[in-house]
Design a protein around this ligand. Structure first.
Ligand code: SAM
Length: 220
């Protein structure tokens, strides 16, 4: 009736990180799955050539503020380009440990299937992620803009090479205290990045109590 492996994983997370269980389940919720799959779908459809497409090699993707890392696995599963490496950056020291618990079975399955994408976790503030790794990334994703000061997001974009594909998500869910940088609407979100990005494609998704906004664009 239920997937036993999943139940065991949740039980172990509950034993070792009881205060995190709600947050972990939220990170895997239906809305989160929809938002992450929506991102991969629009990434697959992005029509402008970006850095790696010009180089012709395998891609390096960096996910900033990655939470427990589900997006990396959605990319491995559904992104149509060949990925060499995914950097997952989050300053929460439990992020990597919980990720390993959640996705160990999928890691093993991927290895068995010969899917050799490296998923590397960095326990870092995104301000301290090395400049070299920023500049070597072909795609940089941040779905946590509402949690960050605007200048912090700008500083990350300013470290990227020209032509890097930048994917950002934010929302208008103003009620949460930790949402320090929500936006009113899609137009406001886009206007924050027009001086730094070109060939912007923009989307919104209505979740009834709030809307999620997404833009994809190339670093100028
Ligand atoms: C609630 S989660 C993700 C929410 C986002 N809406 C999403 O769906 O991906 C926000 C994450 O950002 C991380 N975070 C916030 N500020 C950060 C920073 N300056 N550097 C690294 N990680 C950060 C937090 O630790 C947390 O894991």
């Amino acid at each position: 009736m239920f997937d036993i492996n999943t139940i065991e994983v949740i039980k172990k997370i509950y034993y070792d990180y009881p205060n995190r269980l709600k947050d972990v389940l939220t990170s895997l919720s239906e809305r989160q799955q929809i938002s992450k799959e929506w991102l991969v779908e629009k990434l697959n459809e992005y029509k402008h050539p970006y850095r790696n497409k010009l180089k012709g090699g395998d891609l390096t993707i960096t996910i900033l503020c990655c939470w427990y890392g589900m997006l990396a696995y959605k990319l491995v599963e559904k992104f149509k380009q060949k990925i060499f490496r995914i950097h997952c950056v989050d300053f929460d020291f439990k992020s990597k440990r919980i990720n390993k618990r959640l996705f160990r079975k999928i890691d093993n399955e991927n290895l068995r299937k010969g899917i050799l994408t490296q998923i590397k976790f960095w326990e870092r503030d995104i301000k301290d992620f090395p400049d070299k790794e920023y500049s070597e990334s072909d795609i940089v994703i941040n779905t946590s803009c509402e949690h960050l000061h605007q200048q912090t997001i700008y500083d990350t974009i300013d470290k990227l090479e020209r032509g890097t594909l930048v994917v950002l998500q934010s929302n208008n869910y103003h009620k949460l205290q930790e949402h320090i940088n929500t936006v009113k609407d899609l137009q406001e979100f886009v206007s924050q990045y027009q001086s730094r990005l070109i060939n912007i494609e923009m989307y919104e998704k209505d979740f009834l109590e709030y809307k999620r906004f997404m833009i994809l664009g190339l670093k100028r």
